[in-house]
Design a protein around this ligand. Structure first.
Ligand code: CDV
Length: 321
């Protein structure tokens, strides 16, 4: 592999809060500033957060679905407000990943991300698979997490795209906690995972200690990067949105599982890494040589069962006839 293909300059653009009153135009202006900064540092691609264009609206209960659609969802990508971001990406020759709320012409709603190449063409779309939260109104909770009300489960699977001289895959927020996500990508020979997230620091479902939110976020990225020989680039939307706090901790993690870049604060911030795309190969040719060591015949339950059930009998576990 030549050095030009071996090293991939990757940027993550963390966003500070987006409040309800903030216009889409003002948000896109912030994205544009960070795209410029990333390009000036030599980035080939910039990873923006999940639902980057609006506040994290699943924290609010709305009766009026038409209002939700009009206020928070995109019917076009690019649309008139996001077009300048695409124009600048083309001018600078930089690709990007962007999360947004998608409303389809049929009225279906997804929590979506896209990969855009250096010619500002949308190469792939991903629709979030692991939707967290609930669909009912919880008036006694300090805030809602209504992803199950506002979005359908993604229907496109884990897509791996040839882009910018490598293979890039996408997921969104809660997906990063599930090992199946990364294994699906690595089995398709992905090299880089782009992901955006909005992680409230308080868990409304149980009294989870606040410090665990950051710990589990980083633990998930690091363990899965290592176990799948992947570079993982994770972009937060964070800080207090209208008083509701979300964790920062945007990071670029190497296939060693080590964090090579991490945000410092909870504001707009670009972090950067020169990624050696051959680094993952060492792991994938040795300890995680899938073709040599994986034993799918012993993993049946992973696709057959959703929730945990009773232990299997020895006969059911055996592969011998
Ligand atoms: N937007 C998210 O998917 N947030 C979840 C929260 C609810 C735990 C996350 O995994 O960070």
């Amino acid at each position: 592999m030549s050095d030009a293909n071996r090293f991939f300059n990757l940027a993550v653009a963390q966003m500070g809060p987006v409040h309800l009153r903030d216009s889409r135009e003002s948000v896109v202006k912030r994205l544009i500033e960070m795209l410029r900064e990333a390009a000036s540092r030599g980035a080939k691609m910039v990873v923006f957060p999940e639902l980057a264009l609006t506040t994290f609206f699943p924290r609010y209960w709305y009766e009026d679905e038409a209002e939700v659609n009009a206020r928070f969802f995109e019917t076009q990508m690019p649309g008139p407000v996001t077009q300048p971001l695409f124009d600048l990406a083309r001018e600078l020759g930089v690709g990007f990943y962007l999360g947004y709320a998608e409303l389809t012409p049929e009225g279906r709603r997804f929590n979506t991300s896209i990969l855009v190449n250096e010619r500002a063409e949308i190469v792939a779309k991903y629709r979030k698979i692991h939707l967290p939260g609930h669909s009912d109104h919880k008036p006694d909770a300090p805030f809602q997490h209504l992803e199950k009300k506002y979005f359908e489960v993604g229907n496109g699977g884990y897509v791996v795209s040839d882009m910018l001289g490598t293979r890039i895959s996408q997921c969104l927020c809660n997906d990063r906690r599930w090992p199946e996500t990364y294994r699906m990508m690595s089995l398709q020979s992905a090299r880089i995972v782009a992901l955006g997230y909005n992680t409230p620091s308080h868990n409304i479902h149980w009294d989870e200690p606040v410090h665990l939110r950051m710990f589990h976020h980083l633990l998930s990225l690091q363990a899965n990067a290592y176990q799948n020989g992947l570079w993982v680039a994770a972009a937060a939307k964070c800080g207090k949105e209208d008083g509701f706090h979300m964790i920062g901790g945007s990071a670029i993690v190497a296939p060693t599982g080590e964090i090579v870049a991490q945000s410092r604060g909870e504001e707009d911030e670009v972090i950067f890494a020169r990624c050696d795309l051959e680094m993952g190969e060492k792991f994938l040719q040795n300890v995680f040589n899938f073709a040599k060591h994986r034993r799918p015949e012993h993993y049946r339950l992973i696709t057959e069962r959703v929730g945990a059930g009773l232990p299997l009998s020895p006969e059911a576990l055996s592969t011998e006839i």
